[in-house]
Design a binder for this molecule. Sequence first.
Ligand code: G4P
Length: 526
Amino acid sequence: MEIMTDLKQAIDTRRTFAIISHPDAGKTTITEQMLLLGGVVRSAGTVKGRQGNFAKSDWMEIEQKRGISVTSSVLQFDYDGKRINILDTPGHEDFSEDTYRTLMAVDSVIMVVDSAKGIEPQTRKLFEIVKERHIPIFTFFNKLDRDGRPAMDLVDELEETLGINAYPMNWPIGSGQVLSGLFDIYHQQVEVYRPASEDERFLPLNAAGDDLTQPNAIQQTPVWKEAREEVELLQDAGNAFNEDAVLKGELTPVFFGSALAGFGLETFLQTYLQFAPAPAPKKTTDQQVIEPDQAEFSGFVFKIQANMNPNHRDRIAFVRIVSGEFERGMDVTLQRTAKKMRLSNVTQFMADSRENVENAVPGDIIGVYDTGSFQIGDTIYAGKKSIEFEELPTFTPELFMHVRAKNVLKQKSFHKGVTQLVQEGTIQMYTAWDSGDYILGAVGQLQFEVFQFRMENEYNSEVILEPMGSKIARWVSEDQLDSKMASSRNLLARDRHGNPVFLFENMFAERWFEDKYPNVKLETKL
Ligand code: G4P
């Protein structure tokens, strides 16, 4: 009984989330500020210099410069009585299906937006996945120390382009040169930018929430009046705060601040942690709900990272724990193969780990060393009762390449490699309808690079990749299909389950097709 109470308590402290943003919005800077607040690093602002740096991920940059044990995928640290797990969602050239899949392993998401730029394409893509899954999402408009777009415009754009309601938790008093502070609507106080003394950092608001209780110089700034009027407008005409709507992902609490100046970030993190949900239960394929505090351990694999160093062929399977307690050396079953295995070679991801953590609970991520047993989406569980978590979604690829073996005599290793890497979720496979030629599909260029590298190094198969550029994949049902519908602008292919799919050259080709065959239904995914 005692163990169960401990487990419950431990679960309650977990907050597992991802930060999504468009490149350069400030994800790395915010992550670093959080590490600073968590006492993991001592000073901020120096990790970025990119010169002479060949690191792939921003977190690897942090790791190299700081010498702390950050892996490129998971960061765990303690703050304010909570144990935080931040999962990396690589952008830039590292964008891949892994980025999407990571969102299947978090309980909430922080969306960072550059307040000079507003909502940008990569944020929108990631947001769509978050929305589909009803994951609670918290918005941080960054770079307030720079001249940005008016706050009202930013919030309107957020609501309109993303189709979500917003609730500003705070509101900027000026920006750029004239940034004076934040109207902290939620805490009924003003947070002063660069206060003369620490005592003046937070100034309480009156009961109406529209003025300070004590006169202060900030009230003399020209931007004060404007901010006050806007806050009044929000109070009269804006959305009401509703925690339930936040937890359903229908309302996003909005914060403003500057990660670089460390302004507004601490309040943001504290408030975020107050509302961000603890680890959620998860459904199985037979519609059972596995509660985190149930005694038997279970988890699922959401990412497999192959070691790109040819001397170390090992891979790490990233497992999100769903229920029970993980203990090093425990026996589990891999549901797909019914194979039993002992989890002894496991890493955990404490950012400043001086001691070796031996156990982990729901919400935590463990990295299991893998010699090829795991696939993305696999369930592992302890105990006798077999469970299988619902399948992870696949994501519609946007980039395509023809692929063939360089050496025609080495077809066997080529096929073996392709089959295994596709099964593992590294890349998606299609075949041209007529010729049967192999076509690879991916959401990010990196996936092709990883595929090519692993084919050579693990399967001894050199491949020739011919870019086909970006395409729009649309599925059709076989009974509506006539192979004459295919053309050079809409290539007909089969997905790996044999379903017909058109790869359109661009939006115009798709529209042309829709006009020509109005009765044929094009599906964006299966
Ligand atoms: P990312 O991980 O989302 O790609 O963004 P990152 O944190 O790397 O930030 C991108 C750039 O924006 C960096 O500048 C960073 O210093 C800057 N930045 C982040 N937050 C703020 C902020 O609140 N205010 C301002 N003014 N700038 C911010 P850089 O030029 O790429 O690097 P650096 O040479 O300035 O370090």
